[in-house]
Design a protein around this ligand. Structure first.
Ligand code: SF4
Ligand code: SF4
Length: 96
């Protein structure tokens, strides 16, 4: 059985760099505690990525995972938003 941690909000489909190494996860739940987007769930007392496309690549989970089970390339989402805004009418959009 899987327990979801939060919302179903999504950012961009299939572009997120978030990765989890389940072998390193000790199930401390810190990732779910700090994640602002409800990306994390738990199954068999270990973290699972339940809402990958909701991730905004803030990096909080990776910074707070003492076991080094998480990797994410922070800032990519911001770069995409800035580039997209440059080529659209909605100039000036930023997530910083
Ligand atoms: S913070 Fe790291 S070790 Fe703790 S539950 Fe999340 S992935 Fe597992
Ligand atoms: S990078 Fe941020 S939004 Fe993405 S899973 Fe980690 S804490 Fe959640």
């Amino acid at each position: 059985m899987t327990e979801r941690a939060g919302s179903k909000l999504v950012y961009l489909a299939d572009v997120v760099t978030l990765r989890l190494d389940p072998e390193k996860c000790t199930g401390c739940r810190m990732c779910a505690t700090v994640c602002p987007r409800g990306v994390w769930a738990f199954a068999d007392k270990k973290a699972v990525i339940s809402e990958r496309d909701a991730c905004i690549e803030c990096g909080a989970c990776a910074r707070n995972c003492a076991d080094g089970a998480i990797s994410v390339q922070t800032g990519v989402g911001c770069a995409n938003a800035i580039i997209n805004s440059y080529f659209s009418k909605n100039k000036g959009v930023c997530c910083g």
